[in-house]
Design a protein around this ligand. Structure first.
Ligand code: MRU
Length: 338
């Protein structure tokens, strides 16, 4: 499968699959400057925590190529300013800030513009390669948790489209299928932006993995009916006491616990944030129209307020295990130990 985000070397810009066009069109766009990248992140042309980490990383490399200043010190401070704009384009997925910070740190004691450019690009490329490798590794670890014939319920899109490739929750599914297991997926549609219906269904169908889409509100009934062996989701940030992921994840975790179904979170270690969540993490609140308009037609009366939080937090006691590239953690206390 092609990559979701990459560095276009000859042109010196970022290439990415424009996910707002899916499932109708699978098309790439180029981000040639920081404005274009920030816009792509805000409107979810590129999305999903691991892919955002790589977007942040490439964003610093792009800044290093596109900003100008009369002095080297001025150049460095413009690279940092542009990087800070990328870093704050969306607040909840920790990977975005992590990717930006890691590439900024790689500048180190560089003393010339060309050196900054080569160091930032090399580090960003390393991050992209690592992302693929982490997804492969956690996929293999997670696959071992599934029975030979498994039906997995997932929410949002934690697939190849949310990473450089392979995926986290869907990486587990892909690895299980690769290993000979028969896995089918129930994809919750994921109101309001339909990442499950549009993206998860698109990529699984393309790969020949059986997938059925259901409204988010049908998940409890399907779990009650039996036949769901596991719920597997990705994560935008895993703290010491909670997992942040697409809004709706929390209700699936509660429902899975009620029905005795294992609830797994699959994420690379770039998603770990060793804080207690408290009030520190900003849950992105998105625009009214995402909820109040259906296909351009108002679906909520004028004047009626709407809430549109993009993420929720699930207490770790509802999580059966967290699957990272380093192992399967049934005791979250071990997640943050070295
Ligand atoms: O708003 P999105 O589409 O960026 O939200 C994405 C999710 O919530 C994913 O589940 C999460 O980032 C994990 S992706 C491997």
């Amino acid at each position: 499968m092609d990559r979701t985000i990459w560095w276009d070397s000859p042109a010196g810009r970022i290439g990415l699959v424009d996910q707002t066009l899916l499932p109708a069109r699978y098309e790439a766009i180029a981000c040639a400057d920081i404005d274009a990248l920030v816009e792509a992140i805000r409107v979810l042309r590129v999305r999903g925590a691991p892919a955002l980490g790589v977007a942040g990383a490439y964003g610093v490399a792009l800044a290093a190529r596109t900003v100008e200043a009369p002095s080297f010190e001025g150049y460095l401070s413009r690279v940092r300013e542009a990087s800070a704009r990328v870093r704050s384009a969306r607040p909840t997925a920790v990977n975005l800030a992590w990717g930006v910070d890691r590439v900024l740190a790689a500048i180190g004691e560089a003393s010339a513009v060309e050196e900054v450019q080569s160091r930032t690009l090399a580090e960003a490329e390393r991050i992209a390669e690592e992302d693929l490798a982490m997804c492969r590794a956690l996929g293999a670890l997670g696959a071992a948790l599934l029975p030979d014939d498994a039906t997995v319920l997932t929410h949002c899109n934690a697939g190849a489209l949310a990473c450089v490739g392979w995926g986290t929750a869907l990486g587990v599914v892909r690895s299980a299928v690769e290993g000979g297991k028969r896995v089918s997926v129930i994809a919750c549609e994921t109101r309001p932006l339909l990442q499950g219906a549009r993206l998860t269904a698109f990529e699984l169908r393309r790969d020949g993995i059986p997938v059925t889409v259901c409204p988010d509100s049908a998940a409890a009934l399907l779990m009650r009916e039996g036949g769901i062996d596991a719920v597997i989701v990705g994560a935008d940030r895993i703290c010491r006491d909670a997992v942040f992921n697409k809004v709706g994840t929390y209700m699936h975790a509660i429902t899975a616990r009620h029905h005795g179904i294992p609830f797994y979170v699959a994420a690379p270690s770039s998603t770990l944030d060793p804080i207690h969540c408290g009030a520190e993490v900003e849950i992105e609140e998105r625009g009214r129209d995402e909820v109040a308009c259906l296909c351009g037609t108002p679906s909520v009366p004028d004047g009626v307020p709407v809430r549109n939080p993009a993420f929720d937090l699930t207490p770790l006691e509802l999580v059966t295990a967290i699957i990272t590239e380093r192992g399967v953690f049934r005791d979250p206390a071990n997640l943050f130990s070295p």
